[in-house]
Design a protein around this ligand. Structure first.
Ligand code: IPE
Ligand code: IPE
Ligand code: MG
Length: 270
């Protein structure tokens, strides 16, 4: 039994879910089921602005933001995404006041306590991206338990980026590749784009097809720089605490209307 009160017994297999169970039939009808994104990444931004507009403290915005995560994870899993990656805390976020940082860490622990049983039941595998060892010990213990419990799950991978920045991830990746070369496991001339992809913390997963940023900023803020090379970017003015299943489905519908050309000429080229 873990500190989170669960065992690692494997859950019942995830049944094939009929999308009608998602609700929102008007939006579901507009989605092309054969062309769903495989991996969606989300920069969950705007908790502070959400609170300020309501004359509430920033911490209330973070609490509301944590509550918004449940519906998006559940929807991603029902859509059978291969991966959903959520940016929860960046290496730059340590610059914030200590009270805000400790609230964010407590909210993360509270999220795991409330949600882990359902995450496990839905066959979701939890992974952490980022420099994990620098997180507070009690947070790491809960995350370790949650990752161990869900490690055999075969459904959606839920990546939570914590103490994450894409540049620090790239430095760690370069170092691990150099170490493999030094041990004689790999020749320097055999290092390819694939080697890099496989040694990132998202190794083994498809790159995100769709990157969503809430609350309107047109920037990437050091998130998944390698992996989003060809991602479609969807920025919405909606602040993260207000982002619901409907907003996610709208983002997917918008993504499906775009033509992905990967540098070629696409359908209208010839
Ligand atoms: C996102 O909301 C949450 C984290 C970065 C942890 P913000 O706290 O950045 O909210 P804004 O950008 O100030 O509105
Ligand atoms: C990005 O949001 C990080 C997370 C959502 C965790 P920030 O609010 O930290 O990014 P900037 O400061 O607007 O670039
Ligand atoms: Mg922000």
């Amino acid at each position: 039994m873990s500190s989170l009160g669960l065992t690692a017994a494997h859950p019942t297999p995830h049944p094939t879910i009929d999308l009608s169970e998602l609700g929102e039939p008007d939006l579901v009808a507009q989605m092309e089921l054969a062309r769903l994104p495989r991996h969606i990444a989300v920069i969950m931004d705007g908790n502070g602005r959400w609170a300020r507009r309501r004359r509430l403290p920033r911490l209330a915005g973070h609490r509301a933001g944590a509550s918004a995560v449940h519906e998006i994870v559940e929807t991603g899993s029902r859509l059978h995404l291969k991966a959903l990656t959520l940016f929860a805390f960046s290496t730059e976020n340590w610059k914030r006041p200590q009270t805000e940082i400790s609230t964010l860490m407590s909210l993360l622990r509270e999220y795991l306590r409330k949600e882990l049983a359902e995450i496990h039941r839905n066959n979701i595998r939890l992974q952490i991206l980022g420099r994990y060892e620098q997180l507070p010990v009690e947070v790491r213990q809960d995350l370790d338990d949650a990752m161990r419990i869900t490690s055999g799950n075969t459904g959606m991978v839920l990546n939570v980026a914590l103490n994450y920045s894409a540049r620090s991830e790239m430095v760690d990746t370069i170092q691990s590749i150099i170490a493999r070369v030094q041990r004689g496991e790999l020749r320097a001339e055999d290092v390819t784009e694939r080697t890099v992809s496989e040694n990132l913390s998202t190794g083994g997963l498809p790159d995100p097809d769709l990157l969503i940023r809430t609350s309107g900023e047109m920037r990437v803020s050091n998130f998944l720089l390698w992996q989003i090379a060809y991602a479609d970017i969807y920025v919405t003015e909606t602040c993260w605490p207000d982002f619901t299943r409907r907003h996610l489905l709208e983002a997917i519908i918008d993504f499906q209307k775009r033509e992905r050309r990967y540098g070629g000429l696409g359908e209208h080229g010839a």
